[in-house]
Design a protein around this ligand. Structure first.
Ligand SMILES: [Zn+2]
Ligand SMILES: [Zn+2]
Length: 597
């Protein structure tokens, strides 16, 4: 695995500090300019490291007090002066001893510590103007090449990420090749803040976290509707494609994890319980247990493929400091499945699976992209097995007309895989689905089928998730839709608003009709102004608001307003009911009721 840029800065391993590509080089160079500005403005500050990261860069400083927003502004202004001065970045090779002496003389303990940890005769340094940093580059030719950047925030961070070490002050910034790219990124950040699923989850009564159960959400009634609709969506598709649903125990004897091989390297991430002198673990994945269902009967080549799906509730002991809303949890529910098939069936299975993946994401307006990871140097099985498996994956991608990136050598030791990322409404990438082939599991659990020649053979096992987990997927959907779910997912699909108390009876009858048609409806007959109640329905992101007054009561109609719309249209209640049910039934991504006559 490639080391992170942070690691490369600390160990000076490899040829460069940052990837020799335009964006990382630009960002790393910007971090040097930031460190130059900081040391000019705050001479008492000590410098640590400043790598490029996704979308930007940071630099860590030892400073007695956190950077204030005003200080960040001053730093950024000084950076712009340094850019204007167009100072060249120049590289020098120094004996390591000279570098240690230099940084000791400048009282830079972190640089000295990095240098003393090295076992090389020479190191390189980069200089721009009066600033010199221990660095292997590469850099842009001069500071004038930096234009589109912005400092974003500052927060505490321990030296080398270890809480026993001194607390440093980290400044985060972002840098892009053009002002347009920078503006787009800043818009995305602002929009992401507004759409933060933890905030929307509370505001829309979807889910809540409590420190009584870190990393495990309390699903509120609204969120539970989304869970149920997604489960139903998944089940309909899986039933149609011949999956068989199973459910396996949460708490399993550690013997299982020893047999699967997870115990050796994974048990520290498991929650363990002692029962009658035996150690049990809450399952962190569903795979080993699915083999028990496979192995409970003698399987013939005619029985395959077997597709066992499971809404598998898993637990993993993530460190409390890493837990983040629904994105990083300790308890989650995978939309898991394990497919057991003959080698000659593999390609057809993967082809069908990719078709399902495409159909699935299209429903949510998520755009998928595909990565194929092939055999690593250390691996199980024969070259011939790998040829067949990799070929099946590649052919299935082609059969679906899908372009993909090839990650050579990036597969697991037990099989190749396809990873699928999706792009959301903000253009952010999320890894959701994985299709992983596995030679190891059937071997460890001695899974067999009797082939047409009467001989026992090992089936191929495919692990796959499509949502990933319901928890994380709902977090992503909440931000993707900014809480404005399509009608089929919306916790409340329609709200009925009587104009005044006089129209209360008719309002209640419309509400009752919607309920009877199994439309998720609410009645808002609070003693508040109509305008206030209409705005409230918009704030709650309810797809349809039905206002009813004198005329509507006489005609059996309602004045219908779509979420986000200013116009309303008067329609018969029965027409609204029929159209709304049809829209939800076909899982439309857009609101259609009342749009055209
Ligand atoms: Zn550097
Ligand atoms: Zn699995």
């Amino acid at each position: 695995m490639a080391e992170s840029e942070e690691d490369r800065h600390l160990k000076l391993a490899g040829e460069f500090d940052c990837l020799p590509e335009p964006l990382p080089t630009l960002r790393h160079s910007t971090s040097h300019v930031m460190a130059q500005a900081v040391t000019q403005l705050f001479p008492e500050v000590r410098v640590a490291i400043g790598p490029a990261i996704a979308d930007g860069f940071y630099y860590d400083f030892l400073k007695a007090t956190p950077f204030t927003p005003e200080e960040l502004e001053r730093v950024e202004a000084r950076m712009r002066e340094i850019v204007k001065a167009d100072l060249p970045f120049t590289r020098e090779e120094w004996p390591r001893a000279k570098a240690i002496e230099y940084f000791k003389a400048r009282n830079e303990p972190f640089k000295v510590e990095i240098l003393e940890g090295l076992d090389v005769p020479t190191v390189s340094v980069y200089r721009q103007g009066d600033f010199l940093d221990l660095c292997r580059g590469p850099h842009v030719p001069s500071t004038g090449a930096l234009r589109a950047f912005k400092l974003l925030s500052s927060s505490g961070a321990y030296w080398r990420g270890d809480e026993k070490n001194p607390m440093l002050q980290r400044i985060y910034g972002t840098a892009w090749l053009t002002q347009e790219d920078l503006d787009k990124h800043l818009w995305r950040l602002e929009e992401a803040r507004k759409r933060d699923h933890r905030k929307l989850g509370r505001e829309l009564d979807l889910f809540e976290f409590h420190d009584i159960a870190p990393g495990a959400p309390f699903w509120l009634p609204g969120g539970m509707i989304v869970v149920r609709e997604l489960e139903q969506f998944a089940r309909e598709h899986l039933d149609a494609r011949g999956y068989l649903e199973i459910s396996t125990p949460l708490l399993v004897n550690k013997r299982l994890w020893e047999q699967s091989g997870h115990w050796a390297y994974y048990h520290e991430n498991m929650f363990l319980v002692e029962v009658e002198g035996d150690v049990f673990g809450l399952k962190p994945m569903n795979c080993p247990e699915s083999t028990f269902v496979y192995g409970r009967a003698l399987r013939s080549y005619r029985d395959l493929p077997l597709r066992f799906s499971e809404m598998g509730r898993c637990h993993r002991n993530e460190r409390s400091g890493t837990l983040t809303g629904l994105a990083r949890v300790r308890q989650f529910t995978q939309d898991d499945a394990h497919i057991y098939c003959r080698p000659d069936q593999l390609q057809a299975e993967i082809t069908d699976l990719l078709d399902l993946v495409r159909e699935w994401y299209a429903t949510f307006g998520l755009v998928p992209s595909f990565k194929l990871s092939t055999r690593p140097p250390e691996k199980l099985g024969t070259e011939q097995q790998w040829d067949q498996m990799e070929d099946a994956l590649a052919q299935a991608l082609s059969a679906n007309g899908l372009a993909y990136d090839l990650n050579k050598g990036d597969g697991a030791f037990y099989g190749p895989k396809i990873d699928i990322d999706v792009e959301d409404a903000l253009g952010r990438q999320w890894q959701l689905a994985t299709i992983q082939l596995d030679l190891n599991l059937p071997e460890r659990f001695a899974c067999e089928y009797i082939d047409s020649d009467g001989q026992p053979k090992r089936p191929v096992v495919v692990h796959r998730v499509i949502f990933g987990s319901y928890e994380r997927f709902i977090g992503i959907l909440t931000e993707h839709f900014a809480g404005a779910f399509p009608t089929w997912l919306a916790p409340v699909q329609a709200r009925v608003l009587p104009v005044s108390e006089k129209h209360g009876d008719y309002g209640r009858s419309v509400f009752a009709r919607l309920r009877q048609a199994r439309i998720r409806a609410e009645l808002d007959d609070r003693n508040e102004k109509l305008g206030y109640r209409i705005r409230d329905a918009q704030v709650r992101k309810v797809p349809y608001t039905l206002v009813v007054g004198e005329r509507e009561a006489q005609q059996g109609t309602a004045s219908l307003r779509q979420r986000g719309g200013a116009e309303s249209v008067v329609l018969p209640v029965e027409r609204i009911v029929a159209d709304l049910l049809a829209e939800a039934g076909r899982r439309s991504a857009t609101l259609t009721v009342g749009r055209s006559a």
